[in-house]
Write a protein that binds this ligand. Structure first.
Ligand code: PLP
Length: 408
């Protein structure tokens, strides 16, 4: 029991007694489907017919010319249904829930992206769906709340604590404790108690498997370096897992926010501000103070704004297998703008962190080397933040006019 779900010094399952049986049941179901090749086939087929898989790998010819040096390729997770890699995780868990015979799903969400993905999956599979979201986030993320509700989910604003993501996680666990028989908790990233980090990474491994095959077939070689942004760590685990056994350098990019020396960031693995602790049922690096109180985090990308990080990535950092870097809010906005203008793709603010680091390193590689950037999602969802950052006057006028319509 003790070593179950550990990755080096990290991970585990620190659970209240009442949830132990539910986690045992989940682990058993996961172990069974993992051994069953038919399940993975069902999963691939579902993702092909519902979420555009395999997503392409795009040669960023103009960016490559712009920077000189290594050739930049983009894995297009933005082309998934609902606009990000999150679809891989929720649809995978949906199939598992169906096998387990449960009829209701719950989830936590911060920015709302995982909530929308889960509500979409629940609609498709015919599950009841309840999404827990901090009251502050409900106020900040109205468009996502609107979509979750229209998709048929019940969104519960959580009024405990600081009314943000961590409070939503606690509320979701409380729900699970009272509804274990009917309900599955669709955790949104490669964090939390065992088996979630491993199971979510397994569903996301479809990204790396495809990318490895695609580059081998299209270019006859593997990338020298693979870049992914790191929030909880699921898209990074997904793309990295295709290359763990290869001589490929793996680079995780965290949110350096307003700068690593400002305290206003969400950098757990590339800063000195995080320490090892146990919270939310697992052991990893957390941004916490000396008393174990979680610190406030900041990122321009809501999906990277999280105090913990995947225990698997924490272990890979300690082992030196993955290198971690940070990208600041300012660098991210510049990278979004450049990528749009040069390639006509709009990376999500989260994904743009990976682009920032690839752009810094491309000139140092030779022309036959490949840099693979995982574009975890599309930036359409970020229109409010990006328009503010660009300080676009016509956008402001539009919003003001819209507001006036409702006042009239
Ligand atoms: C949620 C999200 C992330 C962060 O989550 P990970 O688990 O670290 O992948 C990154 N990119 C996008 C587009 C997201 O929506």
């Amino acid at each position: 029991m003790m070593n179950r779900g550990y990755f080096g010094n990290f991970g585990g399952a620190f659970l209240p007694e009442i949830l132990v049986a539910t986690f045992d049941e989940l682990e058993e179901a996961y172990t069974l489907v993992k051994r069953d090749p038919g399940f993975w086939q069902d999963y691939e087929q579902l993702m092909a017919s519902y979420s555009c898989r395999p997503t392409p790998v795009t040669f960023a010819e103009n960016l490559t010319r712009h920077f000189g040096g290594g050739r930049i390729f983009i894995k297009r997770e933005d082309l998934n249904h609902t606009g990000a890699h999150k679809a891989n995780n929720v649809m995978g868990q949906g199939l598992l829930v169906k096998r387990m015979g449960k009829t209701r799903v719950i989830a936590e969400t911060g920015a709302g992206q995982h909530g929308v993905a889960t509500a979409t999956m629940a609609a498709r599979f015919g599950f009841d769906c309840t999404i827990y979201m901090g009251e502050v986030d409900v106020e900040r993320q109205r468009p996502n709340v609107f979509w979750m509700e229209q998709l048929g989910a019940t969104v519960v604003p959580v009024t405990d604590g600081t009314r943000i993501l961590k409070d939503a996680i606690n509320a979701a666990f409380r729900d699970w404790v009272t509804n274990m028989d009917s309900t599955h908790y669709v955790l949104g990233t490669a964090c939390g108690p065992h088996p979630f980090p491993e199971m979510v990474s397994w569903f996301q491994s479809i990204v790396g498997k495809e990318a490895r095959q695609q580059l081998s077939a299209q270019e006859g070689r593997l990338p020298s370096r693979v870049y992914a942004c790191v929030g909880g760590g699921s898209n990074a685990m997904g793309v990295f897992s295709g290359f763990f056994d290869d001589d490929v350098e793996l680079v995780g990019v965290e949110a350096a926010g307003r700068g690593l020396d400002t305290g206003q960031h969400a950098a757990r693995l590339c800063s000195r501000d995080a320490s090892v602790g146990v919270a939310q049922g697992y052991k990893t690096y957390f941004l916490q103070d000396a008393d174990g109180q979680m610190r406030e985090t900041h990122s321009i990308a809501a999906g990277l704004d999280y105090v913990g990080v995947s225990p698997i990535l924490a272990d890979l950092k300690d082992k030196g297998r993955v290198r971690f870097e940070g990208a600041t809010d300012g660098e991210v906005i510049a990278a979004v703008s450049l990528t749009m203008k040069k390639e006509g793709v709009i990376p999500a603010l989260e994904s743009a962190h990976a682009f920032v680091q690839a752009f810094k390193e491309a000139p140092t590689l030779s022309q036959d080397e490949i840099l693979l950037v995982n574009q975890s999602g599309r930036g359409d969802k970020d229109i409010f933040t990006i328009a503010d950052a660009f300080d676009d006057p016509k956008w402001k006028q539009f919003i003001t006019q819209k507001a006036r319509q409702y006042h009239a």
